[in-house]
Design a protein around this ligand. Structure first.
Ligand SMILES: Nc1ncnc2c1ncn2[C@@H]1O[C@H](COP(=O)(O)OP(=O)(O)O)[C@@H](O)[C@H]1O
Ligand SMILES: O=P(O)(O)OC[C@H](O)CO
Length: 507
């Protein structure tokens, strides 16, 4: 009998990959393509969902062709995705009716106060586990419907469909206008600010507050469980798991037990701690979210610390400043100097996420003198990710009641040695990276493969985890704490600048 494989489709903020895995968890092929980022106004970030679907149409067959694999050899497909991003499309034509409003987009900041008057931020957090912030889908949907009343009317009439990126892709994969399945999974639904974290169902009060007619909503399914079979771009792949990308990388790191944690460094950075079957409410500004759910089983929850900008700052240095030509060059440039020269960069492009949740904070560079070179700036750019990680780990330690002894990492930025050393130095604990770079896709493949019995159980997957690299702190304690204080001052300035100039920006 010919070899069988599991496929993962990872629809990320900047690109989409399709990866085939074999029984040993080895990557057999990978096809990847970028899509365009649209920034029509300061703080706005949009994607074209139709373009993303056309990218999916290319990478799936390409991954199969590169490995010379027939669709009949793919036993299951796992779908994973950028979370929170809102897609709204026409049920009849299958076309998006609005640009997708991306998770980083801050256009809803002014709306948050109005929302809070209808349901307090505390009550929203109690029901959803989420702080009232522009990051999540609910306020983005309300913004679209308020700005475009004709879309609201069409939504009420049942002519439109809403989904996060997983819903849009699964609907298209499973037939689109010809009977596509309109579903989401519980990890993605937990990011919409429309789902109750205890009942794991849409919450009518929240739907009212966010002006979301029930008719547009997908059905909430388990993470693991077959939701349909693909019709396009290739026929016959069982879609056996759907999972948000940060929960997927937790799963891909085989962080199955309560107490297991990981941090992923991609466009943003995301620290997740598995807390088992209890949704723990953070006392230190972390998010409570669903980690995964197997069909017929209780949900497993996680505490999450999210930052909006990590690798995104490196991309900005490339695309907006022309400082580097490729992301990898930031390390080369940073290595031309031995320290940051007194310079700190706070990349508050979407306000500041955890643990500050300050929608008004603005990006700031402090400590400039005629001594500072582009090498110092490059180093400060990488250190910004290290210090943001320290902020998240401090909050996580405080919630957990015990300090982390090491940090498990993955994501596109972890190929950067200087950054990983900076993270170890900022935290004062070792940083560990597994051999498998593509943990997001791997997590989706694991979830799909477990559903169809490709892998017998989670222990088999744990056996596939292999350590690749480890970084140990190299700076003295007093130096680390001095630098951290400087970072905290820089954050305070970014917030203060935002506060002082807010009135001018509203005009
Ligand atoms: N060597 C590197 N040093 C620093 N940043 C990097 C490096 N390689 C990639 N990146 C950054 O990592 C991000 C891509 O990582 P990835 O995990 O693919 O992200 P995503 O899934 O969010 O699209 C980009 O923002 C890029 O700027
Ligand atoms: O696609 P990524 O890797 O940038 O992840 C984005 C997150 O899901 C946003 O919450």
């Amino acid at each position: 009998m010919s070899e069988r494989y599991v496929a993962a489709l990872d629809q990320g903020t900047t690109s989409t990959r399709c990866i085939l895995f074999d029984r040993h968890g080895r990557m057999v092929s990978i096809a990847q393509r970028e899509h365009r980022q649209h920034f029509p106004h300061p703080g706005w970030v949009e994607h074209d969902a139709a373009e993303i679907w056309s990218v999916v149409r290319k990478v799936v067959p390409q991954a199969l062709a590169d490995a010379d694999v027939d669709p009949s050899q793919v036993i299951a497909l796992g779908v994973t995705n950028q979370r929170e991003t809102v897609v709204l499309w026409d049920r009849r034509t299958g076309q998006p009716v609005h640009r997708a409003v991306v998770w980083q987009d801050t256009r809803t900041v002014g709306l948050l106060e109005e929302i809070a008057r209808e349901m307090s931020a505390e009550e929203i957090r109690r029901r959803t586990g989420l702080p009232l912030f522009s990051y999540f889908s609910g306020p983005k949907l309300r913004w679209i419907f308020e700005r475009h009343p004709h879309l609201y009317e069409r939504a009420v009439r049942g002519e439109l469909m809403f989904g996060t990126m997983d819903s849009w892709i699964v609907w298209n994969l499973t037939g689109g206008v010809e009977g596509g399945r309109h579903v989401t999974d519980v990890t993605n639904a937990s990011r919409t600010m429309l789902m109750d974290l205890d009942t794991l169902d849409w919450d009518d009060d929240l739907l009212d507050v966010m002006r979301v007619p029930r008719a547009v909503l997908p059905e909430i399914r388990s993470t693991m469980g077959t939701v349909g079979t693909t019709v396009a771009p290739v026929r016959g792949l069982p879609v056996a798991a759907v999972i948000g990308d940060q929960q997927a990388s937790l799963f891909g790191q085989t962080a199955f037990e309560a107490g297991d944690a990981k941090c992923t460094f991609g466009t943003g950075s995301f620290l997740l701690l598995n807390t088992g079957e209890t949704p723990i409410r953070s006392r230190h500004e972390l998010i409570t979210t669903v980690a995964h759910r197997a069909e017929g089983q209780p949900a497993v929850y996680a505490l999450e610390g999210s930052t909006a900008v990590a690798g995104g700052l490196v991309q900005w240095c490339r695309d907006n400043l022309g400082l580097i030509r490729t992301p990898a060059e930031i390390e080369t440039l940073a290595a031309t100097v031995s320290d940051n020269g007194g310079c700190y960069v706070v990349p508050a492009f979407s306000g500041l996420f955890a643990p500050y949740w300050d929608p008004g904070a603005q990006g700031t560079i402090v400590g400039l003198t005629s001594y500072v070179s582009k090498g110092h700036i490059a180093r400060a750019v990488l250190e910004a990710t290290a210090w943001q990680t320290r902020d998240l780990v401090e909050a996580m330690n405080a919630d957990a009641g015990v300090p982390a002894r090491s940090l498990l990492v993955d994501g596109g930025m972890t190929g950067d040695n200087l950054l990983m050393q900076a993270v170890a130095d900022a935290l004062g604990i070792p940083v560990v990276r597994p051999i498998m770079a593509e943990t997001v896709a791997r997590g989706a493949a694991y979830a799909a493969g477990l559903t169809v019995g490709y892998w017998a159980d989670r222990n088999v997957l744990k056996g596939q985890w292999q350590r690749a690299a480890e970084w140990h702190p190299q700076v003295a304690e007093d130096r680390r704490e001095l630098e951290y204080r400087h970072w905290q001052h820089a954050v305070a300035l970014a917030r203060e600048w935002g506060r002082r100039t807010a009135a001018d920006r509203r005009d």
